[in-house]
Design a protein around this ligand. Structure first.
Ligand code: FES
Ligand code: MG
Length: 611
């Protein structure tokens, strides 16, 4: 009957589902629908199939993205789940981003992928989508786009890779990439050995097997209540469990669309996700010792949500962190790999352990509350599990693995993973700044024997912020000057406006906001010789220069923006760049807001964005 009604010109097309949504294209909705049917029938569909709810599958397969190598298998499993539940699966591509094949940085492309995702969900007649993501920037991009598009939206991660093995020792990307390369440089491994390691670091497809950004974001989508707790975040990419997760996600997407069609609220991402859901996600982030990058991503995602934007800021990461211990023992903070986390019970085990700290009344992708879901999925505690997923009474780190610092040097905040510090004394430190104006300056001077630096100096790297070096590269892990390294110094206090890989460690302050390129920033006028105080217990990051002198330096810099590394000059010339790079440099917001484009935020652009 609905099919016949499509040809009844005397009555408007009332249904807003399946092919019948968004029919403005040709002015005449009946004709628009007629045309749509003409073209989709070229693929062999019947009218009966076309009257089912349409579930889009975002396929981010790319031969440049080994982290998504199983995407086509997952599409097949999703299609089975969607069809079995009475939906019509339709897969389509968006761009795919891999960490190693995205120059200048993958972060630079994240917002492009978020826009692609949002617009393709909005443009096409899908009732809901399942988005296949995995590699670091893809899951954040998809959540940003999915929340903004606000149709039924479920993430599906590709899952972690398996660990490899070299002479009986397990290895995995990418914490062990760094360790082994350092050994090769030091002459501890010969060419044959390092080549053998190269073959084993990523022995299967899937995302990096440690608690880097990809694993962190996978755990966060479980913390948000958007994937299966037992296997959704942790089942290996090559496992049959991963394909069952996909089949199940397909079924759930159809079920959510049916709930929506019954007129019930609470299934679209803007309804499903609340301030409490995001607080749970932040609790998970702290408990897994997650990547600092996830702070930037979560702020971008939060700021896409009209009801959550402005209600959660960087300060809430610190507030929640203070009561959340680090429980998951994975590299780089601990010893194990994602497959161990999965075998220990995965996010289900963690959520049970975190239960007293979570909001249990939030809704999940099943339609149930988190509390109901946990009650129905009991977790049997066992010895191996206690080793990898520690209890609240026996944590790896007591609280706040990630801290947020403020002070005159970072009025809008800076982030540090204190659980990754190698020298705890540096967590309360006063030292003299040794400033590098940009990455090039750093490369030229850091290993020079003439560099005036001691183990108590504070290494400062400017010019790697969102505008200063578009995409905010992961260069925040400033190397220890070689002459100090030779003396056995392994950690120093290091500060930058850039990011650091989730697989790295040290006493490193990141994401200083506003960045040095901003002509009004204090960070931009820090000079070699200035005193810097970092007090993590007090969450302070101070430049020991009085306000009058800071103002004098800022004024001087405005008069000569091309001085001192030219970061200020870039701030001015960014308006003249063409293409996506121009868009990026003109409109990217600061790290504490998520490095999204200001015009994509749910709330009007913030004060810190200056034309
Ligand atoms: Fe894709 Fe590490 S490179 S997850
Ligand atoms: Mg990474």
């Amino acid at each position: 009957p609905e099919i016949l009604a499509d040809y009844d010109l005397s009555r408007p097309i009332t249904s807003k589902t399946g092919l019948r949504q968004g029919l403005a294209g040709y002015g005449d909705p009946h004709f628009s629908l007629f045309l749509r049917k003409v073209f989709i029938k070229a693929l062999g569909y019947t009218d009966a199939a076309l009257s089912l709810p349409i579930i889009g599958i975002i396929n981010t397969y790319s031969s440049f993205n080994p982290c998504h190598s199983n995407a086509n298998d997952l599409v097949e499993s999703l299609k089975r789940g969607i069809s079995a539940a009475g939906g019509l699966p339709v897969d389509f591509p968006t761009i795919s981003i891999h960490e190693s094949f995205s120059s200048p940085t993958s972060m630079y492309l994240r917002n492009l992928m978020a826009m692609d995702t949002e617009e393709m969900i909005a443009a096409q007649p899908v009732d809901g989508v399942v988005a296949i993501g995995g590699c670091d920037k893809t899951v954040p991009a998809q959540l940003m786009g999915g929340i903004s598009a606000n149709k039924v939206f479920l993430p599906l991660v590709t899952g972690p890779m398996m660990p490899g093995s070299v002479q009986g020792v397990r290895v995995g990307a990418c914490t062990d990439c760094r360790n082994n390369w350092a050994k090769f440089r030091a002459g501890e491994l010969d060419v044959e050995e390092i080549m053998a390691v190269n073959e084993e670091l990523a022995p299967t497809g899937g995302t990096c097997g440690v608690m880097g950004t990809a694993s962190t974001m996978a755990c966060i989508v479980a913390g948000l209540g958007l994937v299966d707790l037992r296997s959704g975040a942790t089942a290996p990419a090559v496992s049959s469990a991963r394909r069952r997760v996909a089949e199940e996600a397909g079924k759930r997407a159809v079920a959510l669309v049916k709930i929506r069609d019954e007129g019930q609220a609470g299934v679209k991402p803007q309804e499903l996700l609340t301030v409490e859901s995001f607080e749970n996600a932040i609790t998970v982030l702290q408990a897994i010792g997650g990547s600092t990058n996830a702070v930037v991503h979560l702020m971008a995602i939060i700021n896409r949500h009209p009801d959550v934007a402005g209600k959660l800021t960087l300060k809430d990461f610190d507030r929640i962190g203070r009561k959340t211990p680090l429980l998951v023992d994975l590299k780089p903070s601990g010893d194990n790999y994602m497959t161990d986390f999965h075998n220990a019970g995965g996010m289900l085990a963690l959520m049970h352990r975190l239960r007293p700290l979570l909001h249990l009344n939030v809704r999940t992708y099943t339609g149930q509350t988190l509390g109901e879901l946990l009650d129905q999925s009991p977790f049997k505690d066992f010895e191996f599990s206690r080793k990898v997923v520690r209890s609240l009474e026996d944590p790896l780190w007591p609280a706040c693995s990630l801290v947020v610092l403020h002070g005159n040097m970072a009025p809008d905040g800076a982030v540090m993973k204190q659980s990754a510090s190698k020298d705890q004394r540096l967590l309360k430190h006063r030292g003299t700044a040794v400033v590098f104006e940009n990455s090039e300056d750093l490369a030229n001077r850091i290993d020079s024997d003439d560099l005036e630096v001691t183990k108590d100096s504070v290494l400062v790297l400017k010019g790697i912020g969102p505008v200063g070096n578009p995409g905010m590269p992961e260069a925040g892990l400033i190397p220890i000057p070689r002459k100090l390294g030779r003396q056995g110094v392994t950690d120093m206090l290091r500060i930058s406006d850039g990011r650091m890989s989730g697989t790295a460690g040290g006493t490193i302050v990141l994401h200083v906001s506003p960045e040095a390129a901003d002509l009004d920033s204090v960070f931009g006028v820090v000079q070699t010789g200035d005193g810097i105080i970092c007090d993590v217990a007090e969450r302070r990051l101070e430049l020991e220069v009085d306000g009058g002198e800071i103002d004098r330096r800022r004024k001087e810099r405005k008069n000569n923006p091309s001085g001192a590394g030219g970061n200020g000059q870039r701030w001015l010339t960014r308006k003249r760049q063409r293409g996506y790079r121009g868009l990026y440099e003109r409109r990217v917001n600061q790290a504490h807001e998520g490095c999204d484009f200001d015009f994509l935020m749910a709330q009007p652009p913030s004060e810190s964005f200056k034309e």
